[in-house]
Each structure stands twice: as C-alpha cells, then as structure tokens.
Design a protein around this ligand. Sequence first.
Ligand code: 3HC
Length: 286
Amino acid sequence: MTKIERLGVIGGGQMGGGIAEVGARAGLDVIVCEVSDEAARAGRTRLWKSLNRAVQNGKLTEAERDAAQSRLHFTTTLADLDDRNMVIEAIAEDEELKTKLFAELDKVVSDPDAILASNTSSIPIAKLAAATKRPQQVLGVHFFNPVPVLKLVELVPSLLTSEETVERAAAFATEQLGKETIRAKDRSGFVVNALLVPYLLSAIRMVEGGFATAEDVDKGMVLGCAHPMGPLRLSDLVGLDTLKAIADSMHEEYGDPNFIAPPLLRRMVEAGLKGKKSGKGFYDYS
Ligand code: 3HC
C-alpha cells in the first residue's frame, strides 16, 4: 500500500493545526492552506507554540522540533495542494462551504490516487464525495481535540468510498500517525459525537435552568466520574460555535429533540462567546 508522503490540510485552526502538527511530527511534508495571510500567520504561531510546548514537556527534542517546522508550509492558494497524496479538510462546519471546497479540490489535486478527506464531525461524507469526480477516494477522517494528545481517529466511508481508500486511510492513521481507529457509518455525529453532544447539551441545559453552576456540573463529572474535564469546560474547548453547528446538523439528521441546541448556547454564539478560542465561554480565558 502506498504511503502518504505529502499531506495537505485545509484550515489551520485548532483541528487543522493539530492534524498538521501530528503529520509533520510523523515525518510528512505538510502544506496548510488558509483563507488569508493573517489566518495563516495565526495558525503558524499556534503550531510553533504547540511544538515548543512539546519540547518543554520532553516529548520532542529541539532537533525534532526544527525538523517538524521545516516540513510545515503555509499557503493561501488552494492550487498549491496539487502534488498532495492526501488532503484533509478541517474548515468550519458549514455544508455549503465544504461542498464547494471539495469540488475545487478535486480539480486541483493531480495525483489520481490521492485521498480527499474531511475532518467533519457531522456533515454527510456522501454529499462531499458527490461534489467530486472521485467519490471512491473521499472519506471522513475525524480527529479529536487536542489532536496531538488524543489517540482516536474515526474513519467514515460513505456509500461510495472504496475499501482500498478506507484501508489506506487506516494505515495512514495507525502506522504513520500512531493513532487508533474506529469505523463508523456515514451518519451525523458518527460514534463519538452521537454520544458526546447530547451529554454536553444536557449540561448546558442544567446551567441554563439554574439547576447547578457550570463549576459544580464540571466538578461533579471530574470528581464523580473521573472525566479529564467537565462538560462545560469541554464545550469551551470544542468551541461553542462548533458545538452548535454539530447539534444543528445532528438534529436535522435525526429529528431527535435531545440534539436541539439550547437557547443559552445559541445566544452565547451570537454574542461571540465561542469558548476557549475566543477567550470567553462558560469560563474566562483572558
Ligand atoms: N496540544 C498539545 N498538547 C496538549 C494540548 C494541546 N492543545 N493540551 C494539553 N496538552 C498536553 C499537555 O502538554 C500535557 O502533556 P504532558 O503530559 O506531556 O505534560 C498533557 O496534554 C496534559 O495536559 P495538561 O496537564 O495541561 O492538562 P490536563 O491533564 O487537564 O489535560 C486535556 C488537558 C488533554 C485537554 C484533557 O483535559 C483532556 O483530554 N480533556 C478531554 C478532551 C476531549 O474530550 N476531547 C474531545 C473533544 S470532542 C472532539 O474533539 C470532536 C469534535 O468533532 C467536536
């Protein structure tokens, strides 16, 4: 099976940046494509900070960090991804934007065997695949935040994905990136978010209804169930805008009221309170 040597990542936010980091640390040549010079600069700064933290924690030597940095390139031109063996899209959870992007990407990537993957957590892979002329090479490759720390990758073939593509993506995730994989059907939320999102929304409803404070809900789950962080802090980490977009997409898919984003979540997103990335959500990060 041919190895992935040249990886493209579209979107250099917390997910895209994390994917680019693990790719470069695994020895791949990585190009991160961003919408603007400013976004590319911000993505690069976050990535360099994360690599420096890995050096401070003794996870990387300075030489390994320098080598990873030399393998990471940034661009704002999608056409620069033409020679990639695999491209992972990690932009905002917006179906229209992602569908358009897959149609453009299909025209740009010249390797006929290239895998076109999405890190979406809730948008149907079949819709993205149908926007391309190589639907058999399109699948969901869903990472978890923080990507350098969490071991899981969900592999999501659509009805049109070939078994060879799934096997190549599985080998890439396990043998090249050192992750573990599970497979899920092309249904909104896949395995993990289908279970996690109703839990996070329930916690928000508890706070919204005045049943308990965010701090007490989180303390309850950390000390009572040994979760590494409570649901409100985790919602902040995921991003409240992302959580709302996933909930909306899952509600559209299943019609289940458990997936309805509570008004408090909607108001916070409208107010620009997006969690850790915006400096404020249920907690203050300023
Ligand atoms: N990047 C790289 N490394 C990071 C990191 C980041 N953003 N955040 C933390 N780390 C590392 C730290 O450097 C530290 O490394 P060390 O063990 O070598 O010192 C280690 O992770 C532990 O970090 P901390 O000591 O700072 O803090 P914690 O022990 O509290 O761990 C956490 C932080 C790793 C974020 C942990 O709380 C955790 O795993 N939380 C749950 C996260 C989770 O559930 N994520 C899934 C979200 S759902 C999702 O992503 C899907 C999407 O579709 C919504």
